[in-house]
Design a binder for this molecule. Structure first.
Ligand SMILES: [Zn+2]
Length: 172
């Protein structure tokens, strides 16, 4: 059986509803192929709470083993993503809902897998290092990268932009 990627918000009872997906269920959806490796502890729990009849609070507890690449050496590694993401949905198209932080849906069928994938992508740090400090300091290409000026050793070391600024200062 394929994993149901949509939840019909109109069918959520007033007291709210929980949707739990375990590792086996997650594996059935190709939606997570890019962001998760199979692991028996993978889980996604979605809690939907109606606010009135056309508004909903959704919370997703996401626990996924992620395939990652080191920002320094490029080597692959795995790490856990464990976050709770919240979003507010509205089925009221006439309202200025977006100003209040609601995402307005065209249909009551909410694609929860897209929300989970976007949350994971947004909340994963831009730079990740396979071996932590070791990868920060050492890389087979590190010396060459420093020599060519692609990276600077210290944060306070003048970068190309500030060097240009000081050059401009000298010319003026
Ligand atoms: Zn690395």
């Amino acid at each position: 059986m394929k994993l149901q990627n949509e939840i019909n918000l109109n069918l959520v009872p007033d007291e709210g509803e929980n949707f739990s997906f375990d590792a086996e269920a997650i594996k059935k959806s190709s939606a997570f192929d890019e962001i998760a490796l199979f692991h028996e502890s993978n889980s996604i729990n979605i809690f939907i709470t109606p606010i009135g009849s056309k508004h909903f609070e959704v919370k997703a507890e996401i626990n996924l083993k992620r395939p990652l690449n080191c920002s320094r050496c490029g080597e692959g590694f795995e790490d856990w993503f464990k976050e709770t993401s919240t979003e507010y949905l509205s089925l009221d198209k006439d309202e200025e809902g977006e100003d209040k932080g609601f995402l307005i849906l065209e249909s009551p069928k909410w694609t929860w897998s897209t929300f989970v994938v976007e949350s994971v992508e947004l909340e994963t740090p831009y730079q990740l290092y396979k071996n932590g400090e070791k990868c920060l300091e050492y890389c087979v290409h590190y010396d060459e990268a420093v020599k060519k000026g692609w990276i600077s050793i210290e944060e306070n070391k003048p970068n190309a932009f500030s060097a240009l600024e000081s050059l401009k200062g000298k010319l003026n």
